[in-house]
Design a protein around this ligand. Structure first.
Ligand code: NAD
Length: 356
């Protein structure tokens, strides 16, 4: 059956990296993978054309898609807009409209890039960590929120951190399921010593654990987790955490692997529909120069093949092709080191397809 993939290039380097991923999808389609690609607008590009960062048309086509491939959104041009129409609102909006509550962010260190990490090679080599971040709840969405004027005339900014038991249970199940297929170790990260909402998070994770006797659950406060990630990251197998803690910890984990340009992500709903995107942003500082690393986006296609299209063999092939181009010594500027061959975005994309 034909699978519909919605392509949302977005802003900055988004269109450049998406172009390489689309070439890869077309190469797979030419071998028999039955795909239909449809393009939509999101972020600043959508705002410029329609006055909103998330047009209804984009939501409608995404709702009927099997999977969505997104580049990135945002850029200097839109920074002074009202927050309600900034590009990032488009991203938060689509995650929430599609109920993509589970964000999977692997941090894998390719041995070829061990020297690109800011940590010592022995601390990170062989790192294979999965961070499962809750994506549609918590402080990024909680109400009430805003900036108000106090009686004395001073301004006060406020946000609300809320989690329902049902929200914690469903993200917990996703994380336990993943841990079951890996090394069977799950670390739940919270701040239960200070925040009641994460005290409930901890209690609820314990309840979910009762159905997963083969997974070893541990708990860690987020400040310690940040420290442990840079001290001894290989102690972790799967981590599960709230929206904001996951946002921060997964960026931290990404740097253990050398470059933000290498890491894919998946955001899934309860039925397995997914939005796939690199974890990095729109990198406006390098946009339009053919220097961005397309591998995070290409590896996002591999995740799409694995988690939504149910094509694990093709996913393995894409990942092996990425490993092969690294073996060949090809490097975009962000992962370049002496003795390697520096290539641009399009050369890297073409090399992956050739290696496939
Ligand atoms: P960023 O990830 O865009 O860039 C951080 C640094 O990493 C920059 O120096 C950039 O050049 C580099 N970088 C990022 N991706 C790269 C790649 N593929 N290849 C090589 N180098 C790469 O983060 P930022 O600078 O904080 O944000 C820029 C814009 O992106 C902002 O508007 C922000 O809101 C937005 N943003 C969007 C997303 C998203 O769409 N998912 C995520 C984060 C930030």
């Amino acid at each position: 059956m034909t699978k519909k993939i919605v392509i949302l290039p977005g802003d900055g380097i988004g269109p450049e990296i998406i172009e390489e991923a689309v070439k890869l999808l077309k190469a797979l389609a030419s071998e028999g993978l039955d795909l239909e690609l449809e393009y939509g607008l999101i972020g600043g590009a959508a705002y410029d054309e329609t006055g909103t960062p998330l047009p209804d048309e984009t939501v409608a086509m995404s709702l009927t898609a099997d999977a969505i491939l997104l580049g990135a959104v945002g850029g200097y041009k839109w920074e002074s807009l009202d927050i309600s129409v900034r590009p990032e609102k488009g991203l938060l909006g689509i995650r929430s409209k599609l109920n993509l509550f589970a964000n999977l962010r692997p941090a894998i260190l390719y041995p070829q890039l061990a020297d690109a990490s800011s940590l010592k090679a022995e601390v990170v080599s062989g790192l294979d960590l999965m961070i499962v971040r809750e994506l549609t709840g918590g402080i990024y969405f909680g109400q009430p929120r805003g900036i108000r004027i106090l009686d004395n005339g001073e301004k006060e900014g406020f946000n609300t951190l809320v989690y329902k038991e049902s929200e914690i249970t469903r993200i917990g199940k996703v994380a336990f399921d993943i841990a079951q297929k890996r090394q069977g170790r799950l670390c739940s990260v919270d701040k239960a010593n200070v925040l009641e909402s994460t005290e409930l998070w901890r209690e609820t994770m314990e309840t979910v654990a009762e159905s997963y006797s083969d997974v070893e659950l541990s708990h860690m406060y987020v400040d310690n987790a940040a420290m442990q990630l840079v001290r001894a990251p290989k102690q972790f197998d799967v981590m599960v955490t709230t929206n904001m803690f996951g946002d921060i910890l997964s960026d931290c984990a990404s740097m253990l692997t050398g470059s933000i340009g290498m890491l894919p992500s998946a955001s899934l709903d309860e039925g397995g529909k997914g939005m796939y995107e690199p974890i990095h942003g729109s990198a406006p500082d390098i946009a339009g120069q053919n220097v961005a690393n397309p591998l995070a986006t290409i590896l996002s296609v591999a995740m799409m093949l694995r988690y939504t299209l149910n094509e694990p063999t093709l996913a393995d092939r894409v990942e092996a092709a990425v490993s092969k181009v690294l073996d060949q010594g090809l490097r975009t500027a962000d992962i370049y080191s002496d003795g390697m061959t520096k290539v641009g975005t399009s050369e890297m994309g073409a090399a992956v397809i050739a290696a496939l």
